[in-house]
Ligand binder design. Structure first.
Ligand SMILES: Cc1cc2nc3c(=O)[nH]c(=O)nc-3n(C[C@H](O)[C@H](O)[C@H](O)COP(=O)(O)O)c2cc1C
Length: 206
C-alpha cells in the first residue's frame, strides 16, 4: 500500500510542502508507505500537443514524467497539492496534470470517433484514490482545488472528502506559517483518515 504526494510549489519547504508532508505522515501512521515528490526537484516540461502519446501509448518527451507516472501507477493513492497562483494551480502542477492525464488516457484507449463515443476502458489510474490540497494567502484555494478535482475525476480516480475542503491559509508576504491555520490543519487530519481508511478497506476486501 502506498500513497504518493506530488507538491506543485516552486518553494522548497513552503506551506504546500508542509501541508503535503503533514498529510502523508498521518497516512504513514496508519501503516501505509508514502513518498513526497516535489515538482521543483524534477523536470516535467509542458505538453507540446504532439499527440505522440495517442500512437506510442506514452509521452515521448524525454524528461522525468515517465518516472513519476510509473510511481503513481504502482501506488494506491495520490495527493496533488498546489498553492493558489492567481486562483489556479502553479505552472509546475499544470505541466504534470496535462502530461500525466493526457498520455494516461491513451495507454488503454484508442483515439477513435465512433457513433458510440464511449469506448473508454479506463486509465492506469482507474480505482486509485485521489485527493487535492491547496494553500493560499487569502483567496483562490477553491478554484485551484477545482482544477485538481476536475483532473482527478476525468482521469478516473476515486476522490475522498475531508469534512471541509482541504486547504490552508498562510500569512502575508509569502509567510511560511500555514500550520497556524489550525482549522485547516484539522481538515488535513480528516483527509488523511479518509484516504488511509479507504485504502485499508480496499486492501482488506481484495
Ligand atoms: C505568482 C503568485 C501568485 C499568487 N496568487 C495568489 C492568489 O491568487 N491568491 C492568494 O491568496 N495568494 C496567492 N499567492 C500567495 C501564495 O498562494 C501563498 O504565499 C502560498 O502560501 C504559497 O505557497 P508555498 O508556501 O507552498 O509556496 C500567490 C503567490 C505567487 C508567488
Amino acid at each position: 500500500m502506498k500513497v504518493i504526494g506530488i507538491c506543485g510549489s516552486p518553494r522548497r519547504g513552503g506551506n504546500t510542502e508542509y501541508a503535503t508532508q503533514y498529510t502523508l505522515d498521518k497516512i504513514a501512521a496508519k501503516g501505509i508507505e508514502t513518498e513526497l515528490i516535489r515538482l521543483v526537484d524534477v523536470n516535467v516540461r509542458y505538453c507540446t500537443a504532439c499527440y505522440d502519446c495517442v500512437r506510442e501509448k506514452k509521452c515521448t518527451i524525454n524528461d522525468d514524467l515517465e518516472m513519476i507516472f510509473q510511481k503513481v501507477e504502482a501506488a494506491d493513492g495520490l495527493i496533488l497539492s498546489s498553492p493558489a497562483y492567481h486562483a489556479s494551480v502553479t505552472p509546475l502542477m499544470k505541466c504534470l496534470m496535462d502530461r500525466m492525464g493526457f498520455s494516461g488516457r491513451w495507454r488503454d484507449n484508442p483515439m477513435v470517433a465512433t457513433e458510440k463515443a464511449y469506448t473508454f476502458k479506463g486509465t492506469p489510474f482507474s480505482g486509485k484514490i485521489g485527493a487535492p490540497i491547496t494553500v493560499a494567502r487569502r483567496a483562490g484555494t477553491t478554484s485551484a482545488m477545482t482544477d485538481l478535482l476536475l483532473w482527478f475525476t476525468v482521469n478516473d480516480f476515486i476522490t475522498v472528502g475531508s469534512g471541509y475542503w482541504p486547504m490552508l491559509l498562510a500569512g502575508k508576504g509569502g509567510a511560511r506559517d500555514a500550520e497556524k491555520d489550525t482549522e485547516g490543519m484539522s481538515h488535513l487530519d480528516h483527509l488523511a483518515e479518509n484516504m488511509a481508511g479507504l485504502i485499508l478497506k480496499l486492501h482488506a476486501a481484495n
